[in-house]
Design a protein around this ligand. Structure first.
Ligand code: A2P
Length: 271
């Protein structure tokens, strides 16, 4: 597997590894530190956290304990958009993470409208707090609104994405805008692992359902951030670059979409 097949170069030139560990719903503490350490041991070089997850300190502890050089690991955090200042919030994140800079800083969701936080995100990048900046849970219209006021465009939009949430219109729009769509909940928070089609394709491929779901995304160049706190599953989820799904299996997975190929980022909104 070449580096090109395991990474995506973002519009600003930074390189995002396609596989990351997501730590949503992982409580701060030893369990989170261990999950991140196990991921780094298993070869992950991308960790995805957020201010709202309240576990940045554990992520930072694991990064330190791993002994890896700072530039070897891509670290994402997200601005909690109920606060008012992305710059001050970034300073707090960096303090908790024990870092001088994150690799990617995202507006976690478009609460209060899609544009108000963006100038602060740009300022955070200018100050060197983030190498790249982007958004999460933004639909097509919200991306267009940001584009109108941006001095510096978002380079990523992290959304709920899997064969069951195959937001084709949103993905196409992101590609046209040179915004990397990142897939969160690539396993449907575990729900999709027992689907009969996914299970059948896994059997045919001699792989697990999780590997099939993750491979479906990375085979399209879409970054995935599966969450796991289990060492064996963390390892398993990394074994997705040594096989290929045939076009016919990809098509069967595509057909599982329940969103009608939407340009929307979420069906239910919490904000
Ligand atoms: P656990 O943390 O106990 O491994 P998503 O990434 O879509 O949010 O899905 C995460 C959920 O899927 C978690 O409940 C996680 O549980 C579970 N999970 C992650 N990887 C696997 C796997 N390879 N096999 C089975 N369940 C998994």
């Amino acid at each position: 597997m070449t580096a090109d097949e395991m990474t995506r170069v973002l519009a600003d030139g930074n390189t995002l590894p396609l596989l990351g560990l997501g730590v949503w719903q992982v409580p701060d503490g030893r369990g989170c530190v261990d999950a991140v350490l196990w991921a780094l041991e298993a070869g992950y070089r991308h960790i995805d956290t957020a201010q709202a997850y309240r576990n940045e300190a554990s992520v930072g502890k694991a990064l330190k304990e791993s002994g890896l050089a700072r530039d070897e690991v891509f670290v994402t955090t997200k601005f909690f958009p109920r606060g008012d200042d992305p710059v001050r919030a970034a300073e707090e994140s960096l303090r908790k993470l024990g870092l001088d800079q994150v690799d990617l800083y995202l507006v976690h969701w478009p609460q209060g409208g899609p544009t108000w936080a963006w100038p602060g995100m740009e300022r955070a990048a200018e100050l060197g707090y983030a190498r790249s900046i982007g958004v999460s849970n933004f639909d097509e219209a919200e991306l267009a609104s940001v584009a109108e006021i941006a001095t510096r465009m978002p380079v990523a939009n992290q959304v709920d994405f899997s064969p069951f949430s195959f937001r084709r219109a949103l993905h196409d729009t992101c590609e046209k805008m040179n915004i990397a769509l990142e897939a969160y909940s690539p396993l449907g928070t575990g729900r999709h692992l027992t689907d009969a089609t996914v299970a059948a394709i896994a059997t045919e491929a001699g792989r697990t359902p999780a590997q099939v779901l993750l491979r479906w995304a990375v085979q399209r160049g879409i970054p995935v951030i599966p969450k796991s706190v289990n060492r064996e599953r963390i390892r398993q989820n990394a074994q997705i670059f040594d096989f290929e799904l045939p076009a016919e299996a990809m098509a069967r997975l595509d057909a599982l979409d329940l969103t009608g190929g939407t340009g929307s980022a979420r069906e239910g909104k919490w904000w």
